[in-house]
Design a protein around this ligand. Structure first.
Ligand code: HEM
Ligand code: HEM
Length: 173
């Protein structure tokens, strides 16, 4: 039996993470242009970004762990559209994992300490510039791919809302 709508936990995680991810993208793009002066402003905002990002890393772990257990919803479309939706959602999941993971690992190998909500985390590895550089590129490329996928996701939503008029949004509430 397929459910008509997503379960409570999926809905909660979907909207909480959507809001945090959009805020995180805005903050990330803005903070990288802050001056490297001694006001501490740049480091302060970087640590806000790292803290929110680490919360997102925990939330996506929970979301992935919940996948095999949650009730299945009925397909909203058939054929290639159904397959495209499945592939798109899988890619969104993958990116929601790679983006914070690359940010976190990059920070682990950087020369700066990670603060989580003000608390300095113990050093997990010695600074390693080459790894940090690669992970920065992974973070940047994956976050741009995520942005593109979110735009595609919103276009799919608009197609359901205004063309199919099937009230798909009601499944995610
Ligand atoms: C879903 C979560 C996350 C999103 C959407 C996100 C998004 C972004 C964006 C848009 C940028 C700017 C990219 C640029 O212009 O260079 C950025 C940079 C950065 N992010 Fe994240 N981020 C996330 C998680 C994290 C986490 C968990 C950490 C570390 C614990 C982190 C650390 C950094 C750092 C250090 C930068 C500066 C550029 C670099 O050194 O790579 N991010 N992030
Ligand atoms: C960063 C932003 C977002 C991400 C990463 C995201 C991700 C996802 C994912 C992965 C799913 C599949 C359901 C699941 O397994 O959890 C989904 C479903 C859905 N999303 Fe989003 N979403 C975002 C923002 C939005 C926004 C802003 C809207 C509405 C305007 C929206 C509307 C929907 C709807 C209606 C569904 C249900 C589709 C169905 O019935 O199969 N999402 N989203």
């Amino acid at each position: 039996m397929h459910a008509k709508r997503y379960d409570r936990l999926t809905v909660l995680l979907h909207w909480l993470m959507a809001a945090l991810i959009l805020a995180q993208i805005g903050l990330g793009l803005w903070m990288v242009d802050l001056p490297k002066d001694d006001s501490g402003q740049r480091a302060g905002w970087f640590n806000v970004h790292k803290s929110v990002g680490m919360v997102l890393l925990l939330l996506i772990a929970l979301r992935i762990a919940w996948l095999p257990w949650r009730p299945r919803v009925a397909p909203a479309t058939r054929g290639w559209q159904h397959r495209a939706a499945g592939a798109g959602h899988a890619l969104l999941y993958l990116l929601m994992l790679i983006v914070p993971l690359s940010g976190f690992l990059g920070s682990v190998f950087s020369r700066y300490p990670i603060r989580f909500m003000g608390i300095r985390l113990p050093r997990l590895a010695a600074p390693w510039d080459a790894a940090k550089e690669v992970l920065s590129v992974v973070h940047l490329v994956s976050v741009y791919t995520l942005m593109a996928m979110v735009i595609l996701h919103l276009l799919a939503f608009a197609y359901h809302q205004f063309v199919l008029k099937d009230r798909l949004l009601m499944r995610m509430r």
